[in-house]
Design a protein around this ligand. Structure first.
Ligand code: FES
Length: 159
């Protein structure tokens, strides 16, 4: 046998600093462990973020700025988040009104139907009027109102 073939990699390449303690098996094991850890993190982190409380909250019990008066034309409506809850803001000829956007039947989010001038629930056909009172369908009661005011051209809704 040739002497050169019996020499180690480091003997053949003195400038090379490969650690002889790390075997191919160790290296592949490390790569597999890293891959399993990354996969586990990819599954656990989204679950934890789902369980975390909503962080986009306004001041507790205070007024939340939900936009400028020009953002909602007369006859229009807009869904916003106030202190972590969905709120429907309407701009009527009498001014701004705000209601919980959660249907009192089974909790679907209602929407403003500008053409019908009514608040409608897409789930079971519940209909509310512009004052949040039940017009038809299964909702047992009207939509809870929120206080709304205009301050310096900004629409402010109380949680
Ligand atoms: S959840 Fe709205 S009508 Fe049923």
């Amino acid at each position: 046998m040739d002497k050169e073939n019996n020499s180690t990699h480091e003997e053949q390449n003195p400038s090379c600093k490969i650690n002889p303690e790390i075997t191919r098996r160790d290296f592949i094991g490390t790569v597999i462990r890293f891959g399993l850890l990354a996969t586990l993190a990819g599954m656990v982190l989204p679950a934890l973020s789902y369980l975390a409380p909503v962080t986009k909250r306004g001041p507790a019990g205070g007024l939340s700025d939900v936009g400028g008066v020009d953002d909602i034309p007369v006859g229009g409506g807009k869904k916003v988040i106030v202190a972590g809850s969905a709120v429907l803001v309407l701009h009527t000829a009498q001014g701004f009104k705000a209601f919980s956007a959660v249907c009192t039947h089974l909790g679907c989010l209602v929407a403003w139907d500008e053409s019908r001038h009514e608040i409608v629930c897409p789930c079971h056909g519940g209909v509310y009027d512009v004052d949040g009172k039940v017009v038809s369908g299964p909702p047992p009661r009207g939509l809870p109102p929120h206080e709304v005011s205009v301050v310096n051209g900004r629409i402010m809704v109380k949680a």
